[in-house]
Design a protein around this ligand. Structure first.
Ligand SMILES: Nc1ncnc2c1ncn2[C@@H]1O[C@H](COP(=O)(O)OP(=O)(O)OP(=O)(O)O)[C@@H](O)[C@H]1O
Ligand SMILES: [Mg+2]
Length: 377
């Protein structure tokens, strides 16, 4: 990747222009707006996830890319070529469906060879390509089997090999793990990433499962009601949610409503009736005094203990109301005198830290000055 040195010596990567470039895409169904002004750039080789709740427009966007829906407005360019008006079979794109749609009467290798035969490739060329694909998905030993003689995960790999056989520029996956059980899902997530990365194909995938998006994707677009709420790397979406919707949609979060008390370059304070003192955040935002905001704090950033914390910011006393055990961690619900409830996660490897804490105990909650974010929307 080319690099450009900034004057102050900071080196930042120069972003490649979008390999897949979606501009102001709108899709209406009989006046119902399923996609509203969607613009996105996906880089070459990326695994890009569309994440959102049911009905948010993920599949509609994917189907517009594949050519199975016609956008009402907007443009889609792939590798510099406008593809809006091409029928699906003329687009250098392959879509793998949730059901895999394997041909039941054909063997694994016949399934993989199907598209290549249709393209009129020679026997030798087809044989070579099928061999490469079998190696890529590590199914060489099962080449002669029929789909019903394969496990769910193996069937998925066949479907993937068939999708990649013609060397598409873009691979579209709609809920690729939808047909698999939970344990197999997490194993296949990593395998799929491996295969996609090895093949070098650019991939846009749809999922409503945030863990899946976090595990698999280089970047994620969070969608709601036909809108893109935020685009970012998994850690950016988690640590710096752009608004309340994203903060609440991804993971669990403490949200406290308040107003800006002071906003200076080095810090911002948020006044809220929920806490005895204003919340102190160790960086400024672009806001004004009295502006309504929310303070978002992940439960794993909240420390609890019986002793009063040393610092004089971001601490409050409350009572443990509930403890939920999740195996790897426990969640403590602490009720403050204001009525506010603060969630605090404890990894159970740190049990010594929470030893002796139980229901009804009076405790302090506390977090560091840069552990939460101020949301203005
Ligand atoms: N052919 C259609 N005719 C009318 N409305 C449609 C059509 N296809 C989708 N919609 C509507 O557009 C909205 C977005 O649908 P879409 O299938 O893109 O959602 P999704 O994000 O994929 O949801 P899910 O997670 O449930 O699959 C929904 O409200 C849906 O009812
Ligand atoms: Mg869908």
């Amino acid at each position: 990747m080319p690099f450009e040195a900034k004057p102050e010596g900071v080196v930042t990567p120069v972003l490649e222009p979008g390999y897949l470039s979606i501009r102001a895409l709108r899709k209406e169904f009989d006046g119902f707006v399923a996609l509203d002004d969607v613009s996105l750039d996906v880089r070459k080789g990326e695994i890009f996830a569309l994440l959102g709740g049911s009905g948010s427009g993920k599949s509609t966007l994917l189907r517009c890319l594949g050519g199975f829906e016609t956008p009402t407005r907007g443009s889609i360019e792939l590798d510099g070529q406008r593809i809006n008006d091409l029928p699906p079979y003329q687009r250098p794109i392959n879509m793998m469906f949730q059901s895999y749609a394997l041909f039941p009467h054909m063997s694994v290798e016949q399934n993989i060879a199907f598209g290549l035969k249709q393209d009129g490739l020679s026997r030798d060329a087809i044989g070579r390509r099928v061999g490469e694909m079998l190696e890529l998905v590590q199914l060489g030993k099962l080449a002669k089997r029929k789909p019903h003689q394969l496990s769910g995960g193996q069937q998925q790999r066949v479907a993937l090999a068939r999708s990649l056989a013609k060397g598409p520029k873009l691979l579209l996956l709609d809920e690729p793990m939808g047909a698999l059980d939970k344990k197999l899902r997490s194993q296949m997530q990593l395998e799929l990433v491996n295969i996609i990365e090895t093949s070098g194909v650019t991939c846009v995938m749809v999922t409503h499962d945030q863990e899946e998006a976090m595990t698999m994707a280089t970047r994620i677009a969070v969608m709601d009601a036909g809108w893109i709420q935020q685009v970012g790397k998994p850690d950016e979406i988690y640590e710096q949610p752009a608004n309340r919707f994203v903060a609440e949609f991804i993971g669990s979060v403490n949200l406290f409503d308040g107003v800006i008390d002071e906003d200076l370059p080095e810090y911002v304070t948020v006044r809220t009736p929920l806490f005895p003192a204003p919340i102190y955040v160790a960086h400024g935002i672009t806001g004004y005094e009295g502006q309504p905001v929310a303070f978002a704090l992940r439960p794993e950033k909240v420390m609890i203990g019986k002793d009063e914390p040393a610092g004089d910011t971001n601490k409050a006393q409350g009572v443990i109301e509930e403890i939920a055990y999740f195996g790897s961690h426990s969640v403590y619900h602490v009720r403050l005198p204001s009525g506010a409830r603060v969630l605090s996660n404890f990894a159970n490897s740190q049990r010594w830290a929470s030893d002796g804490l139980t229901w009804g105990d009076s405790v302090w909650v506390h977090w560091r000055d840069n552990d939460g974010v101020v949301l203005t929307a």
